[in-house]
Design a protein around this ligand. Structure first.
Ligand code: MUC
Ligand code: MG
Length: 372
């Protein structure tokens, strides 16, 4: 008999970060995640997750709106529907619900997790199968203090956890940002990759002034330096060829990916399953980048372990992720909600091999962190 979806439940969890995470858009002391659990008539449960950055600081969805919209709109739409047809469920959802990419990502991940668990295969198998057993993972230095960032990077290198670092900039005066970046790059040395993420913090003229000094310092990649809507500006910065430009906030789905590729607005795409609107749309974006010879990077919305793993399963199916990934979200949190924590070692994340996401929720921890 065909399995159907019998229940969709959502919970908001708040887990403190290990230190304040300072970005041009927000300072995070805690990550709030919406956990989505989808039960099917054959006794399977799939899990998905959505996070945002600083509530509504980063985009148009908040954890609270994601929960409300899933409860009020997604759940009635999919309960009673066949549970083993993720593409058909997606068509149904897209017909009835516009935008809401983060909510769509959480629901779709849970559907895929349930399907893969039913088949007894890792989630990656539903996207063609893993090409890689492990993926490289960058760390973001965002304590707001140069010396603390250097000490943190050294710790990561000594522990062989990360050797690629992304610095959050765009909230200080340009000169201070340059001093901060140069100090970190020179402390870490030539072999360590340093990239920056401006989170749209600069105007195009500011970005123009910064690119040459950044190249001289040895910065390898500049992420979303200017406003996401200034595509012509991104194309102009990319055409300079001084430092590769990566699109992040500008990439909110397939149509954005096509526009950015057609207008040569970026050298690299940061693929985020939440921003793309889920695993299927993220995979579409990957295809657009591949066709346009745009390099790939596995991005994060600082997700907890559930959405990080969903994305990691997809990224593991991609032959070339030239710029690696930043799937470190769970490591920024003081605690995890899994029975067994994810394996981050030798500068990589090892993909779990079990069915679905390959992990089990620790129900006591879920209860403990669920917002009352
Ligand atoms: C972003 O803009 O890329 C990813 C890593 C990090 O520190 O912040 C996020 C969001
Ligand atoms: Mg970014």
């Amino acid at each position: 008999m065909q399995p159907t979806i019998v229940d969709v439940s959502t919970h908001i969890l708040d887990i403190p970060t290990i230190r304040p995470h300072k970005m041009s858009v927000a300072t995070m002391q805690c990550q709030t995640m919406v956990l989505v659990r989808i039960k099917t008539s054959d006794g399977i449960e799939g899990i998905g997750e959505a996070t945002t950055i600083g509530g509504l600081n980063y985009g148009g969805e908040s954890p609270e709106s994601i929960k409300t919209n899933i409860d009020a709109y997604f759940a009635p739409l999919i309960v009673g529907q066949p549970a083993d047809k993720p593409a058909a469920l997606r068509v149904r959802i897209d017909k009835a619900i516009k935008a809401n990419h983060f909510a769509k990502s959480a629901v779709e991940s849970a559907i895929y997790d349930a399907c893969a668990r039913r088949l007894g295969v890792p989630l990656s198998a539903l996207f063609g199968g893993a090409v890689h057993d492990e993926i490289s993972v960058a760390w973001t230095l965002a304590s707001g203090d140069t010396d603390k960032d250097i000490a943190e990077a050294r710790q990561m290198l000594d522990a062989r956890r990360h050797n690629i670092f992304k610095l959050k900039v765009g909230m200080r005066p340009l000169k201070d940002d340059l001093r901060h970046i140069a100090a970190i790059k020179s402390a870490l040395g030539d072999d360590i990759s340093v990239r920056i993420d401006v989170n749209q913090g600069w105007s195009e003229t500011q970005a123009l002034r910064m690119l040459r000094p950044l190249a001289d310092i040895g910065v390898e990649l500049v992420e979303q330096p200017i406003h996401e809507k200034n595509l012509a500006g991104m194309a102009r910065l990319t055409a300079l060829g001084i430092v590769p430009i990566m699109a992040d906030e500008a990439l909110k789905g397939r149509e954005d990916g096509f526009a950015l590729a057609a207008n040569q607005c970026a050298d690299v795409f940061a693929i985020k399953i939440e921003q793309a609107g889920g695993l299927l749309r993220a995979r579409d974006l990957i295809g657009i980048a591949q066709a346009a010879d745009i390099a790939l990077y596995g991005g994060t919305m600082l997700e907890g372990s559930i959405s990080t793993l969903a994305a990691a399963h997809l990224f593991a199916t991609v032959d070339k992720l030239e710029w690696g990934t930043e799937m470190f979200g769970p490591l920024l949190l003081q605690d995890d909600i899994l029975v067994e924590r994810m394996d981050y070692s030798d500068f990589t994340l090892k993909l779990p091999k079990g069915p679905g996401l390959g992990v089990t929720l620790d129900e006591d921890k879920v209860r403990h962190y669920t917002r009352k």
